[in-house]
Design a protein around this ligand. Structure first.
Ligand code: CP3
Length: 339
């Protein structure tokens, strides 16, 4: 995994899945019980167990911290609830709202994240399984903070962008600083790779993406300790901003299924490795069809600097466990590169 991220030679692409811990697993539902999702994120032992479940249950080859992109937002003093997606108690829409955000004390307000990472790293070290940390990207966090919750068009966010750009600029600056500090603290606690999730950046036209999103990615790529932990950048629905993803400086570009890996490999060249990009819904296919799709992805990405097999977005609550197992099984059965 680490070699693939850095573009060093590997026998075959490693495999893991976004949202590999979660509601599609009966074992997740059983362990999580009826408590709130945020309580599960704060419960160190439970979060460690949930993080590790996909290793033995579905054959993933990397572990991602069980948490959510909204956990560090708590450190800004913003109230967040999950129903089941994030809902912000008091949306951030004015210059005063931004000014009122607390100066984050990550170790003081969300110490459990770093304790979970330290325990995971200790558990995984003997087996040499890589540990991923993650953060939500500033634009995606801002999208929820401004709207107050998920949205189809994020019209409130876009209104701010076009009508009151100074407010959104100030908010994105605060969130960029938070993200850099958060990812570096995760690396210090044992994360060996970090992934930045920009789930909503793809809603912008290319010109606005260049003006509003690319600079946040570039600042993060510059200030995160990438020599200690390579940075993966995920943008959902970002086929129109692939060149901007390459310009971000991230070590790995995580692509959704709308992008052709062969084309992405041409455009990224030696500047970045690729991650992805099976449509999560394709895991409903019969095992042999999934294996054929995995071989197709590996072939298409073979010219890339490096390739990490993954989905194009996270597992869904309705994803069949058998489909996930077929996906990791097919990846593990790939012939060595050049063979
Ligand atoms: O296994 C993993 O991937 C690690 C944990 C993880 C979660 N959320 C756990 C979670 C990660 C990396 C995330 C990222 C996340 N969270 C993103 C970016 C990636 C993406 O999926 O686009 C976003 C936008 C969120 C915000 C969020 N959290 C939403 C919209 C929802 C509800 C809808 C959904 O997909 O479940 C959540 C809740 C959430 N985060 C759950 C889990 C396991 C479900 C909680 C439950 O058990 O009820």
């Amino acid at each position: 995994m680490l070699r693939a991220c850095r573009g060093e030679p590997v026998d075959r692409p490693p495999v893991w899945l976004m949202r590999q811990a979660g509601r599609y697993l009966p074992e997740y539902r059983a362990a999580r019980g009826a408590g709130s999702f945020l309580d599960a994120c704060r419960d160190v032992e439970l979060a460690v167990e949930l993080s590790l479940q996909p290793l033995r249950l579905v054959g993933s080859e990397a572990v991602i911290l069980f948490s959510d992109i909204f956990v560090p937002i708590l450190a800004l003093g913003v109230g967040v609830d999950f129903r089941p997606g994030p809902v912000v108690e008091r949306p951030i829409r004015t210059r005063d709202d931004v000014a009122r955000l607390a100066a984050p004390d990550l170790a003081g307000s969300i110490p459990y994240v770093f304790e979970i990472l330290r325990r995971l790293r200790a558990a995984l070290e003997p087996e040499q399984v890589p540990l991923l940390g993650f953060a939500g990207a500033p634009f995606t966090l801002a999208a929820y903070l401004v709207e107050g919750q998920g949205s189809r068009h994020f019209a409130g966010l876009k209104r701010l962008l076009y009508a009151e750009p100074a407010v959104l600029r100030a908010l994105l600056e605060r969130l960029t600083d938070l993200t850099v500090a958060y990812l570096n603290a995760q690396i210090a606690a044992g994360a060996q790779v970090v992934q930045l999730f920009d789930t909503w950046a793809g809603i912008l036209p290319r010109t606005e993406y260049r003006a509003w999103v690319l600079p946040t990615h570039q600042a993060i790529a510059e200030r995160v300790e990438r020599t200690r932990a390579p940075l993966i950048l995920y943008v959902n629905d970002g086929a129109h901003v692939l060149d901007e993803m390459v310009e971000s400086g991230a070590d790995v570009l995580s692509l959704d299924w709308r992008v052709e890996l062969a084309e992405a490999a041409r455009r990224a060249g030696r500047r970045a490795s690729l991650q992805g990009n099976l449509d999560p819904c394709a895991l409903a296919a019969p095992p042999e069809a999934i294996a054929e799709m995995v071989r197709g992805l590996a072939r298409a990405a073979a010219p890339a600097r490096g390739h990490v097999l993954n989905l194009g977005h996270g597992c869904l609550p309705e994803t069949p466990v058998a489909g996930v197992r077929a996906f990791t099984g097919a990846a593990r059965a790939l012939a060595p590169a050049g063979g």
